[in-house]
Design a protein around this ligand. Structure first.
Ligand code: GRF
Length: 204
């Protein structure tokens, strides 16, 4: 059973989806957050997961906050760090400590619409399809090797809220699936590509 450290700043619906997935091959060992009011904390409590809140304002700079997050996480010996709506870039401290072992989920079909406001940007651009991407994290903004993507059609009359709701429904399936693939040793990073061992790899 692999151990996960989940980092979240928001409402925690992805955390909940992960916690509700049977046969994940992993358990959430700890939630870390940078926002006191993050709904994810309530989700963690409901599932009996320890949650640690470290206020960025208590630290002189980003690196110091990140070092504190890393130190707090260390006690839980995570195999995988799962960013689930964590609204900060992870820096070199994290990347060096957990190389190839940090995942993120983003609400667009990367490399389209990285960064904040991805759902709004997709609507404004007028794309016919968008979706979500689970990827490994590198030093860039939403640029790491892609694990899974799910397509969501844009419907006429969509608002950011209606489109986001359909994208999130896909996120709640894709993220647990990617974690399960990692937990069962089926992901191999080869440069920009992620190989899915034992089938299911559209690159084959
Ligand atoms: C998700 O839409 C994810 O794609 C983005 O942040 C959002 C987090 O939502 N990175 P939640 O807190 O898991 O509900």
């Amino acid at each position: 059973m692999k151990r996960l450290a989940v980092l979240a700043s928001g409402k925690g619906s992805n955390l909940r989806a992960i916690l509700e997935t049977p046969n994940l091959g992993a358990r959430v060992a700890v939630l870390l957050t940078d926002r006191e009011e993050a709904g994810a904390r309530e989700v963690a409590r409901r599932f009996g997961v320890p949650d640690i809140f470290l206020p960025p304002a208590d630290y002189p700079d980003r690196a110091a906050h990140e070092a504190a997050m890393l130190a707090a996480m260390e006690d839980f010996r995570p195999d995988l760090v799962v960013l689930a709506g964590y609204m900060r870039l992870v820096g070199p401290g994290f990347l060096n400590r957990y190389p190839g072992r940090i995942m993120n989920i983003h609400p667009s079909l990367l490399p389209a619409f990285p960064g904040l406001g991805a759902v709004e940007k997709a609507l404004e651009y007028g794309v016919r399809v968008t979706g979500c991407t689970v990827h490994f994290v590198d030093e860039g903004l939403d640029t790491g090797p892609i694990i899974l993507q799910r397509v969501v059609p844009v419907e006429s009359g969509d608002t950011p809220e209606s489109l986001r709701a359909r994208i999130q429904a896909e996120e709640h399936r894709a993220y647990p699936e990617a974690i399960q693939l990692f937990s069962t040793g089926r992901l191999r990073i080869r440069g920009r590509r992620v190989e899915i061992l034992g089938g299911g790899d559209s690159l084959d």
